[in-house]
Design a protein around this ligand. Sequence first.
Ligand SMILES: Nc1ncnc2c1ncn2[C@@H]1O[C@H](COP(=O)(O)OP(=O)(O)OP(=O)(O)O)[C@@H](O)[C@H]1O
Ligand SMILES: [Mg+2]
Length: 125
Amino acid sequence: KLINFSIDLPGGELPVMLNKQLYGWTIENMFKNAIDAMKGRGDLSIVITRDTSYAKVLISDTGKGIPKSKFHSIFEPGFTTKKRGWGLGLSLAKRIIEEYHDGRVSVLKSEIDKGTTMQISLKLI
Ligand SMILES: Nc1ncnc2c1ncn2[C@@H]1O[C@H](COP(=O)(O)OP(=O)(O)OP(=O)(O)O)[C@@H](O)[C@H]1O
Ligand SMILES: [Mg+2]
């Protein structure tokens, strides 16, 4: 009840090669990160759009944000800022998206104490 969730999907179809299980796992992990960053309270949104070659999945939260200097290191295995974190979620997400989906995952934007938007790009077929 403390998370205000919104979802914005495109009208038409976006054909991508998707491993449902791995993609589902990736989204779940990124949602968990978002909720952790918001300490369980805030706005969480998922927006799906496209450009010419990619479907774009944008996951935004109103959490603590990520410093610019860490935009890349958060994807390294073992990088965590959490007491009980393994630092594995994003490194596996990156592998799943890059190696199984011919895609990309990145921090689209983030501002300290304002929030973060993570972007998954999936190659359209
Ligand atoms: N949405 C986010 N907002 C702020 N920081 C984030 C966000 N997503 C990831 N991070 C930062 O990136 C780090 C790495 O994330 P990652 O999911 O790889 O590991 P983790 O969540 O710490 O542990 P786990 O292995 O349980 O997922 C986090 O510890 C956190 O500092
Ligand atoms: Mg995580």
